[in-house]
Design a protein. Structure first.
Lengths: 389, 138
């Protein structure tokens, strides 16, 4: 499958609080941008895969496949919603890649969308908890910040990871976000601001957490052998991997390792025939600052327990050896959960096309995305390349 | 407070697990020995289908903990509360609330014991649901 599918166009809305827009408006907006980028017409799209975590809970609307095909003016084509909590659109992307690689379709649309800000924060907190085990975790009052706080406290205890190291992840990503016109937050912050922000779930504070957001992101995929008919800068899918783990954190031997990430990364690296040191730029799932430290370790950028060192040494900043989350990540760019996976793809595609403006990683040729669902019960990793082989 | 139709667990789901929650019944894999809090027919560790219900030990130690200060809607008026993963004496881990103490009184490794408590209520006129929380052993 390596190199057989290419991304020929991308689009996304700004992430943030779109109080005046509906879910379908956001998706149509992102799609029209992607179609313009790919210089194709809607009638060229043969199928749609749409990542979304919880439209039924947040806006009481399911059946997004036909709804969005209808509102894009292409009722009739196969169109389906894909759900894997916060990894929904990373999974939708993978299914789109498989659909093209199988030979069934030559061009497909993959996207993600979430509309979260029409309800109160406690309601969103409740809905998000459906990505955990409702009966054996959420029933007792668990929230997502709480699950990652449990992980953070163990990581600090087992490896000596410090509060300041966690804060530096947020500081880095806000700095990167300040270069991204589509980010929800475009204001740099300081370590002191993170450490004095209100506690959400000890030891995690407000500025350790990604925000509640609205937004949509879309990518157009085509068979690699026809990609150049549409664009001079196709970006090739070199590797794709998926892993899962127990739904509840408490059923894992060691909660400081996300096994789903290790499994997904192994599959993706092996398919792409690359190693962690070959990656020039990465977009990882920093739903909470600790999650980015885990990503460094479970993706092989650092040894287990040494993720904190990478942030101390500036390795993952723009200008460092392997810039991580140049878009601002989930922390600053925003985290409309079902849209996040494809938004990561959008950023890596812009980076590999050398179109990322002030946040461009020079000479980036191979990029990676890592999108996790829940507390790591699912993970999808993709490796993209500016060249086919 | 806004009331949503999806705000709380529904009676059938509460009843389905009530006995297990009240009596702290878990599942043990007879092949690999692993013990789980939830009812299971297949062991996620070794794939065995030989599992048996077992009463879980009521004592254990805190494996990790946090204080939830931004609660979900069904606990909006409940105030900050401690959530922990507790490792029971037989190695089974579970997620629970820690009560009858302040966060300063506990740490990873603190010994705790199960207590039967109210967990929440379906709605003002709905059923009240119960389960085990844990408290430090004095």
């Amino acid at each position: 499958m390596r190199g057989e599918v290419a991304v020929i166009g991308v689009g996304m809305t700004r992430f943030g609080e779109h109080w005046d827009k509906q879910l379908r408006d956001l998706f149509v907006e992102a799609t029209l941008e992607a179609l313009e980028d790919a210089r194709i017409d809607l009638k060229d799209i043969k199928a749609m895969f749409i990542g979304n975590m919880g439209s039924g809970m947040w806006v009481e609307q399911e059946h997004l496949g036909p709804l969005l095909a209808d509102y894009l003016g292409v009722p009739g084509i196969p169109s389906v919603k894909v759900e894997s909590a916060c990894a929904s659109s990373g999974m939708a992307f993978r299914l789109g890649v498989l659909a093209v690689a199988s030979g069934l379709y030559d061009i497909v649309l993959v996207g993600g969308v979430e509309k979260m800000t029409d309800v109160t924060t406690p309601e969103s907190t409740h809905h998000l908890a459906s990505a955990a085990d409702r009966e054996w975790e959420a029933f007792y009052g668990v929230t997502f910040p709480a699950l990652f706080a449990l992980i953070a406290r163990r990581h600090m205890k087992q490896y000596g990871t410090t509060r300041e190291q966690l804060a530096k992840v947020a500081v880095k990503n806000h700095k990167h976000g300040s270069y991204n016109p589509k980010a929800q937050f475009q204001r740099p912050i300081t370590v002191e601001e993170v450490l004095s922000s209100p506690l959400v779930a000890d030891p995690l504070r407000l500025l350790d957490c990604s925000p509640i957001s609205d937004g949509a992101a879309v990518a157009i995929l085509a068979r690699a052998d026809i990609a150049r008919k549409f664009t001079d800068t196709p970006v090739y899918v070199l590797g794709s991997g998926v892993g899962t783990d127990t739904i509840a954190l408490h059923d894992r031997d060691d909660i400081t390792v996300l096994k789903s990430v290790v499994l997904a990364a192994k599959e993706a690296y092996s398919m792409a025939k690359v190693e962690p040191r070959d990656i020039n730029v990465a977009e990882v799932h920093d739903c909470f600052t600790i999650a980015e430290i885990l990503a460094y370790e479970d993706l092989g950028f650092a040894k287990k327990g040494e993720g904190g060192k990478l942030i101390d040494e500036g390795v993952t900043e723009l200008g460092g050896r392997i810039p991580v989350n140049p878009s601002g990540g989930l922390k600053a760019k925003g985290h409309p959960v079902g849209a996040t996976g494809v938004a990561q793809i959008v950023e890596i595609v812009l980076q590999l096309r050398n179109e990322a403006g002030k946040r461009q990683v020079p000479n980036a040729e191979i990029g990676l995305t890592q999108n996790i669902g829940g507390s790591g019960a699912s993970c999808v990793v993709h490796i993209l390349g500016a060249r086919r082989r | 407070m806004r009331v949503s139709s999806m705000s709380v667990p529904k009676s059938p789901r509460i009843w389905q697990l009530a006995e297990r929650r009240y009596r702290l019944i878990g599942t043990k894999c007879l092949k690999c020995g692993r013990v789980f809090i939830g009812p299971r027919k297949v062991c996620p560790q070794c794939g065995s289908r030989e599992l048996q219900d077992v009463e879980l030990p009521r004592r254990g130690r805190i494996y990790s903990y946090t204080v939830v200060r931004a609660p979900p809607m069904e606990r909006e008026n409940y105030g900050p509360y401690i959530i922990a993963i507790v490792e029971l004496e037989n190695g089974c881990k579970l997620t629970t609330e820690i009560v009858d103490c302040s966060p300063e009184e506990i740490d990873i490794g603190t010994e705790v014991e199960a207590v039967f408590r109210k967990i929440g209520e379906e709605s003002k006129s709905g059923i009240i649901y119960y389960g085990c929380k844990f408290r430090p052993v004095k």
